[in-house]
Structure formats: C-alpha cells, structure tokens
Design a protein. Sequence first.
Length: 315
Amino acid sequence: MPIPNLFKNRLRLPVICAPMFLVSSPRLVISACKNGIVGSFPALNTRPQSMLDQWLEQITQELKEFSEANPDKPVAPFAVNQVVHPSNSRLQADRELVKKHKVPLVITSQGNPAEVVKEVHEWGGLVFHDVIYAEHAKKAIAAGVDGIIIVTAGAGGHGGTTNPFALVRQIREFWDGPLALAGAINDGYGIRAAEILGADFSYMGTRFIATEEAEVDPEYKAMLVDSEIKDLIYTDTFTGVNCNYLKPSIESAGIDLSTFEGKSKVDLDLGDTNAWKDLWSAGHGISGIHDIQSMSTLVSQLEDEYQTAKHKPSF
C-alpha cells in the first residue's frame, strides 16, 4: 500500500518524533515539523485540559505561517496522541478539541480506537495505533485504523519485549498498510534498516530528548549523554507497567536500586518521589547519544547517515 497523501512531499525523512509524556511540547513538535519529520505530543501533556486548545492553535498557526513563508521546504504534519483506555477521564473533552482543530494525524494507544477513527476520518485525518503484540495490531486494523505503530524491545517508555525483526515480519504477513517501528532507532542507519525490514516510518523518542528544543530538566539531557545501555533498567516497580528507566535518575531520587533490581515483585515506598516526573526514561539507543544538538543539526545528521546507508554498495 502506498504512503498516504498526508505525508507525500512533506518529509525529509520517514521519521515520527514520538509523543513523550511530560517531554513533548509545542516547541519540540513545531521544530520537528519545520525540519521535515512528524512531530507529536500526548494530549495528556496539557495541564489543565483546556491548555490543549492553546497548544493546537499555536502548532497549527506557526506551521501554517512557516509553510507559507518557506514554500520550498517540506513541512511535516503533526500528530496528537490519545489514550483511548476507559480510565482516561478527559478523553471526550480532548476528542472535541482534536475535532475542532482537525488534527491531521491522531496516534491512539491503550484501548479500542474505533470511535476515534470514525471521528478523525470525518475531516480526512489519519489514525495510527500503537501496539506491542501482533494480536493487538489485528484488533486495531479491524477497528479501521490507517497505520500501525509497533513498539518493540529496546524502546523508551512503556516499550514491548519482542524483537523488531520478528514482530515486523509477523505483522507484515497480514498488514500491508503504513507501519512505524519503535525500538532503539537512534541514527540514520537505523532508519534505513527499519525500511529494509518492512517499516515505512521510524518512531524515535529518546534521541530527540537530547535536543535544544526539548523542554526538560537539563540534567535529564546530560544523563542521556553520559549513560549507556547498562545504565537502564526495565521494571514495572513504579507504575505497574514495564518501562525502561535511567538508573541514575532512580538513584538521584534517593531509591536504593538493590531493593528491587532483579526481583519480580517489590513493595516499594516511593515517599515523595513522583514516578512520572522524577524517574526518567530512555531507550536502548541511548548509547549512540554523545551530545545535545539543535533539531535542525540532528535532522541533517540523520539525513546524511540515512543517505549513506541507502547508497552503500551491496555484496
């Protein structure tokens, strides 16, 4: 299946800057889109809920003005992530604002996207749904989604555990539509590898936290530069769902790693520690992060690496 018209002639690279909880902001989204990759953010990043209206207005207007002033540059569409699980009490209010601004791409997760699909298709938008298992992908496809995002082993945040080589090929047996791959993709070589494997897009998060435009604690960025894969731990101790965390952030919060590391079940008192705010996530691609760059510099670097990989002679 060909890539949807929404993306044609609007991308420098087949990349989606993933929606990251408490990380993605209008500044990061807008800079990604201006540099030719899809920018996205979770609706739940807006506090209070009414702020979502402001964010959508700002992103839409700034990208419109930039596109008009730079007709020769590809300006990528943006996306909003909606948690469609029944536990999301603000879902309906967020859906109304997404509809008001006719968001071009909606990324759904953790539930049945069928109702969102119907709404978004009314204004010609697309819905991509993220999954960690092939079974979930089949359910999303049955619900009418336009694309599948597979979150595999090594992804930051609440990532899956399946090897990307296995899961991409498994899903490609029954789905020929748009497919995005998440899991330790950190450079242009990884982007090209994902394409060869069968993915249409690379879904990258951690690498974009270490940019000037990411509005996070500077210590978070420094920790990404200083850390390696060995500095990550995959645990469900803090939120009940497995997630890759930076060990140094856990230690900085005053938590003794030995109290739960390697254990299957732990009753841990976090005290004043906020698991979402104080404990920082990263994916396995962290070992390739050596500096903090501007979005424009990083995308140019990714593009150079991608083109080098694309034109490398075969055996």
